[in-house]
Write a new protein. Structure first.
Lengths: 245, 245
DNA sequence: AAAAACAAACGTAAATATGACGTTTGTAAA
DNA sequence: TTTACAAACGTCATATTTACGTTTGTTTTT
């Protein structure tokens, strides 16, 4: 006889980090643990996203924020809820059978998936209790559960979204060079962009502000630093949508 | 003492229908019923989205498809899962207290929200058991629960998405005129578009095919009919994203 | 001190797209 | 026939894009 199913809601977080040195878009993953009925923890040789079930008095957003903080120590990072995954058979692992009075119940876990955008340099990977590690999106390790699917859907969403909103700057430090912005686009979209045209286009945006500062400590001509002005951007697009039908 | 909470997962559907005659983007809503503890049904004087809880062996997509079919009889319509709503206090109504052995439990319902795109003319509103009715997005009635919020978030998503993907054609018959396409954009985005420029732009798209047919039964010069070729569109954008950084 | 290396930054010309309009055309109804 | 009117076509100035070539300003090497 099939065990009864008990509902469970969790949040899973795809943490995207851009590495400005290797020019690579990465995902932060942890080693997978299996908890058996006896609460013993067994390390399995693959990686998973971090997630947790939603607490009783918590909103979904709050769960995501909490999960990120526990993993990275960071708060106030850009996050987006992009998809819920709730197939009845999306399970799972021995932990998903719970025992009530000697009767087995299957947990059916629906997960609300979020992605975060931040800089790899902001995360102290070694300080984490969780054996967290960065992997390039283009070269993911073996992944547990349906987490590969979740990462790829987050990535697709990011690709589309970064073309219609200036979220790219969440992956860069406050002060950046034109070429660094180009690096992010190239890395996310997997394309080559002509630097001269890209440069002109970006500099002409009103919301890209040239600072009175240049790079320091580089062994070539140091590049001009810029910042992104959210204020100006918001004013420009407050009412009208960019029409490019 | 606070009653314990029991989890529940539902799907709610925002059914968008374009009315080609009134040139209006509408939402299909039903009168709200309240089921009390005694299973008596009380009609409340506001409207709600249609939704239902997710069956035991159902995927979320299947639930959405089922809900749409029960409401409209239609299958194979464009649908998109756009957001999960799961605030702990997002409910509620008397139905959301359930009684187990004289003990009250609160249902905490997380809803996975979908929107559908179709033509109002495809739905026989009167045939529906549910007292379904179309309302313009710009003039919604009093809405129950957090359904106004859900509709508005669906609408925002649609506005952005229709500028980056050709989903607009899901709101139109297979054969349409240029002006009808313009009507849909104007209605969704709430803007005026210059007809001469719009026309030129649209006709130049390779995936807009002129048919050997014209409108019939109109009392003015009958317009040329066109169709959208998904094949051609997919080939054009199969690999590369439209870069407009 | 001069030269080399090299990314940063600037420049240009042709092709294409856009925005803001005016004009013609084809059909049904008067 | 004529009229009404949306459908459909046309034009021109400006802006944007594409595809390249060239110069500049540091640091490192000679």
């Amino acid at each position: 006889m099939e065990p009864e199913k008990i509902l469970n809601i969790s949040v899973d977080c795809v943490v995207f980090g851009f590495d400005i040195n290797t020019k690579s878009l990465n995902v932060l993953l942890i080693k997978r643990f299996l908890a058996t009925q006896d609460k013993e923890e067994i390390l399995v040789d693959d990686y998973v996203l971090t997630g947790y079930h939603v607490y009783k008095e918590e909103t979904l957003d709050e769960t995501a924020t909490r999960v990120l903080k526990e993993l990275t120590g960071l708060t106030n990072q850009y996050k987006k809820q992009f998809k819920a995954f709730g197939d009845p058979d999306r399970l799972m692992n021995p932990k998903d059978i719970i025992w009530i009075k000697n009767e087995a119940f299957h947990l059916r876990t629906t997960t609300i998936a979020y992605y975060f955008l931040l800089k790899t340099e902001d995360v102290d990977v070694n300080n984490s209790k969780k054996q967290a590690k960065w992997f390039p999106v283009s070269n993911l390790p073996e992944l547990g559960f349906d987490h590969k699917k979740i990462i790829l859907e987050a990535y697709e969403d990011l690709k589309i979204k970064c073309l219609s909103e200036p979220i790219i700057f969440k992956l860069l430090p406050d002060k950046f060079t034109i070429n660094e912005v180009q690096d992010v686009y190239q890395s996310i979209l997997g394309i080559e962009i002509d630097n001269r045209n890209f440069r002109r286009k970006l500099i002409n945006k009103k919301y890209i502000i040239a600072l009175d500062e240049k790079q320091v400590g580089v062994s070539k001509k140091p590049a001009q630093l810029y910042m992104f002005s959210k204020d100006i951007y918001d004013k420009m697009f407050s009412k009208n949508y960019l029409i490019s039908i």
